[in-house]
Write a protein that binds this ligand. Sequence first.
Ligand SMILES: [Fe+2]
Length: 508
Amino acid sequence: MKLHFYPYSLARLRLIVLVLLFPILGLASLSAQKRPPGNAPGPVAALSLVLGRPTDRSITLSVMSASEIEASVEYGPAAGPLQKTAPVIARANSPLEIELTALKPATAYQYRLLSRTPGHGEFKPEHSAVFHTQRAPGQTFTFALQGDSHPEREGKMFAPDLYTRTLQNVAADAPDFYLMMGDDFSIERLIQKQTLSPATVDQVYARQRGFVGLVGRTAPLFLVNGNHEQAARSNLDGTPDNCAILAGLARTRFFPLPAPDAFYSGNNEPVEHLGLPRDYFAWTWGDALFVVIDPYWHSAMTVDNEAGKQHGEEKGKSKDGKARDLWGVTLGDTQYRWLTETLTKSRARWKFVFSHHVLGTGRGGIEQAGFYEWGGQDRSGREAFAAKRPGWPLPIHDLFVKSGVTIFFQGHDHIYARQELDGVTYQSCPNPADPTYQAFNREAYRSGDIFPNSGHLRVTVAPESVRVDYIGSRLPADTASTGVANATLIHSYTLPARTPTTPKPLHP
Ligand SMILES: [Fe+2]
C-alpha cells in the first residue's frame, strides 16, 4: 500500500490563523491530557459548543457548561463588523441553543462565546471558532464524516485518546460540516442492566458530546440514526419513558438537528411524547444535495438487534429461531415518497445519501443492495417488489441510479470499503477510534477497495470532481506496528462530474 502525507491546505492555514488570533482552549493541550479508562467524559466536558442546522442565513450554537453561566455570542464575517446576541442563562449540564441570525450566504464567519457567572463581573471570552454559511454553486468545499464510534466498547473497538486524535484531525481540515453515521450513542447496556432513565440516557449523549465538541464547535454536526441508538418505532409502547422516546429526546436536545423549514426538507410527522424525531432530512450546499435517511423510526418490525440484546438477527433469524422477513424493514411510504421527490427534483450535480446501513441491518455493501425494498428481490432471488411495495415506482437502489446519486455512505460494518454498482459508489465508513485497527466484517465484502480502521473520511466537493480521502488515525505507540502514521492518507479516489442531465420523471 502506498502511503501519502496530506499537505497543509488553505483551509487548514485559515483555521490555524484564527486560532492564534482569538483566545481558545488549545487543541494541543487537550491531546496531552491523560484520561482514566471507563466512562471518561471527553476532552471538552467542562464547556462544549456544538453547531448545527446551518443555512444560508443562520446557524444554531448549542452551549453546554458544567457550571451555570450567563452567555452571549459575538459573531461576524471574518473581516467585518461583529454583532452580539442578548445574554442568556445556561443551566449547568443542560444544553442551551443560541441562534445566530442575519448571516450572509457563502460567507466565512468567526464567533466567540462570552460568559460570566450569572449577574457577576465582566463577560470574558471563552472560546472562538469559525464556520461557513451555505456555499454557492460553483464553490469548492469539504465535508467530513465518521463511521461508528461505539464509545461503550472501550478496549474492543474504542479508545478515548484515539478518538480525540481523529477528531483533532477532522478539526484541522476545517470541514464545512461533519456527519456521524450512527452507533455513537448506544443505550443497550442501560436496557440490559435495567438502569434506563432520562438521566442515564442523557449521560450517554453528554459523554459523546464531550468528544465531538472538538469538531462541533467549528463544523456543524449531523447525526445519522443507528441500530444501537434504539431510537426506533418498534420500541414504542405508548409510554413516555420507553427507550426510543428517551433516546429521541436526548438526540434532539443535545444536538441541534434540522426540522423541515425553508432551507431543509424532511420528516414532518411528530412522534407521541417526542415531537419531531429529526431523523431524515435534506439540504443543498454548493453543487451538492445531501440526503440523510433512516429506517429505524419507520419500521414496525425490529430492524436489527432488539433493544438491549446483541446482534443475532443479522443472519435472518429472529430470537425464536424463525427466519425473519426483511420486507418488514422499511423507510415507510412517507419517507420513500419524500426521498423520491428530493432526489428526482434536485438539479444538483452531486447527490450524497447517508444511512446507517443498506436496509438498516445485515453486513456488506453492494452485496445487500439487490434485496428487499433496496433492490426488489427476496433472498431466493425472486422479484417481489411490485407485490411487497405496491405504489412504489422503484426499489431504492434503482431510484439512486435513475436520479444520479453519486455516493451512498453507510456505517455499521466497522470497515473502510469502497464499491460501485450501476454507477453509484457505495462507501462504508471506518470507525474513528478502534485501537485494534481491524477490518471488521471483511468477509461480507466480495469486491472493492478495503482498508482497516481507524480514521475519518474527508470529501472535497468541486465543480468538476468529488474526491474522497480516508485519513488514518493512530496512537503514537501504534505507528510502527501498523505502518501508518497519524493523519496519513490511506486511500483516495476521485469521481468526475457526469454530464449534467435533467432528471427523467419516474414511472407514475
Ligand atoms: Fe456499529
